[in-house]
Design a protein around this ligand. Structure first.
Ligand SMILES: [Zn+2]
Length: 530
């Protein structure tokens, strides 16, 4: 039986009987009063760069009305005092990987290709409880830092399972956070996918990486279908994530496309994240990765490119014309040396842009304030034309409304407005980050770092209150993380040893591929600066 390790306030119990995950949510944990009135706070208007004093009336989990201070509320409504608070829509993390949270800060210098090589080391021997725990750690961090929803591309090796996905979903629901959970899938391993890499490996290592083999696509598709057929969660919905286009056979890409259409769910995929990926795409398909995905019929308004650092103008036009999104991960793009994405170019081509942290194994935290700040800053080092730089209001709209659209939830979240879910962050205007307060949009994007978060409401329910997360026992979480690490330690050592042997080959072969000429340039220095 899988029992959720947390019994925080307002959590749901879960137990499995006869293979079915039964979820028993106590009504007592939900608000007994259908109405909540938030009084005295200042609501951020991102487009106008203003914060105006308002009262917000919430019915159940939805915003009913926003009015001037003194707004009438039904008798018995729960009153929340928001004096000295700046209220903004919950931030939406457009790209993360919950299994990465147990591998937070595991290693320093690794490129995307070395990170993929280290995947087994980073995620070795995850039990069902580890999958829950890793998702819970990430959800707790996100919500404590003002994020109320995430697009989580969650890998299980060698294929997804309904039990694993349910454990991760249960973690989000127990924390009280929204999630678009997408099983991260492939039928070709990294070593098989990169042209010429397997041949470079000495025979002994070639035999070792046989254990990295992914499950056949038909088996994986069956598992995804099983999850989609009976998905019992409310705060967590499913999407699909063919991990990297050329890590999936065309048959598999088509199966993902058809499954997404059948169940009306979104698809997110890492496309042209690194130059190695972009070059490999041309070698394999003779076209860009985006052109190939388009040829396979995957690109539409429910499609999100993760990263897209090495998209060219044609790729951007294609994505914009189809109404697709990009999840921009500036922190991860720098951390992995992937380069600097051309976000202005994306916006010029009418691509919807969201902002993501990426997994904690390659960005080391799940802080959406930091990711949004980096999105603003990194655009300012692309060139001297300041009018092409990303403005703070553009960065914050991407981190809210843009993320909501990437998740396909733009009619429900991303704004504090009547009819939208009551997902509201309350920043403390007496915190040092806000002394003094000048332009509040600049303040959220450039001054706030998460330490000014006073409270966080999701669906009308306080998840963080007075700087404390109400749904997670942090000391208990810490000891569970220690226990998980200790349990996996006998396998972690050999996995790291294998990684270090592979690093010697991958770490020389892939930078060689990255020196192949390409018609676009996204590195911070000239191509051969190293
Ligand atoms: Zn990713």
């Amino acid at each position: 039986m899988f029992l959720s390790p947390t019994r925080g306030r307002g959590t749901c119990d879960s137990s499995r009987r006869g293979g079915t995950l039964l979820r028993l949510c106590s009504m007592a944990t939900k608000s007994k009063r259908p109405y909540t009135i938030v009084r005295g706070g200042k609501l951020l208007d991102i487009a106008k760069r203003k914060a105006v004093a308002v009262d917000i009336l919430i019915k159940g989990d939805t915003i009913a009305e926003i009015g001037r201070p003194g707004l009438a509320a039904p008798a018995g409504a729960t009153v929340i005092d928001a004096k000295h608070r700046l209220m903004h829509p919950g931030l939406i993390n457009a790209h993360t990987h919950s299994p990465g949270n147990l591998a937070k800060g595991l290693h320093d210098r690794w490129s995307l290709e070395l990170l993929l090589t280290a995947s087994q080391w980073a995620h070795i021997d995850y039990s069902l409880e580890d999958k829950y725990l890793s998702a819970q750690i990430g959800a707790a961090e996100m919500v404590m830092k003002g994020c109320t929803a995430a697009y989580d591309l969650a890998a299980e090796f060698p294929l997804p399972s309904v039990e694993g996905l349910s454990a991760m979903a249960q973690a989000y629901e127990d924390v009280g956070m929204r999630c678009m959970l997408a099983p991260l899938v492939a039928d070709i391993s990294f070593f098989e996918a990169i042209p010429g890499l397997m041949e470079r490996l000495p025979p002994r290592l070639r035999a070792e990486v046989e254990s990295f083999k992914q499950a056949p696509w038909k088996v994986t598709t069956k598992q995804m279908r099983r999850a989609l057929q009976k998905w019992p969660f409310e705060m967590v919905q499913l999407a699909l994530a063919p991990t990297i286009p050329f890590h999936c056979s065309d048959d598999f890409l088509i199966a993902c496309r058809d499954l997404a259409k059948e169940y009306d769910v979104g698809i997110q995929s890492h496309v042209s994240e690194s130059k190695v990926e972009a070059v490999a795409g041309y070698q394999i398909y003779g076209t860009s990765l985006t052109a190939h995905m388009d040829k396979m019929g995957l690109i539409n308004e429910r499609f999100t490119v993760a990263h897209g650092v090495w998209l060219d103008d044609d790729d951007m036009k294609r994505l914009g014309d189809r109404g697709a999104s990009v999840a921009h991960n500036p922190g991860s793009n720098m951390r992995l040396g992937s380069g600097i994405a051309d976000v202005r170019g994306m916006l010029d081509h009418k691509i919807n842009v969201g902002i993501g942290t990426d997994g904690a194994n390659c960005s080391d935290n799940q802080n959406m304030y930091e990711a949004t700040r980096l999105a603003s800053l990194v655009s300012k080092v692309r060139g001297p034309d300041w009018q092409r730089w990303l403005g703070t209001e553009e960065a914050l709209l991407a981190a809210t409304e843009g993320g909501a659209r990437a998740l396909g939830l733009h009619k429900q979240i991303g704004k504090v407005a009547p009819g939208y879910k009551a997902d509201i962050v309350f920043l403390d205007l007496q915190h040092i980050n806000w002394i003094p307060t000048n332009d509040p949009v600049n303040g959220v994007v450039h001054s706030e770092d998460g330490s000014g978060v006073h409270s966080v409401m999701i669906g009308g329910r306080m998840i963080v209150e007075n700087r404390k997360i109400l749904t997670v026992d942090l000391p208990k979480l810490a000891s569970q993380a220690v226990a998980s690490k200790a349990r996996r330690a006998p396998l972690t050592g050999p996995a790291k040893k294998l990684y270090l042997q592979l690093e010697k080959v991958v770490g020389t072969f892939c930078p060689g591929l990255a020196k192949e000429p390409l018609h676009i340039h996204r590195f911070g220095a000239s191509q051969h600066a190293h």
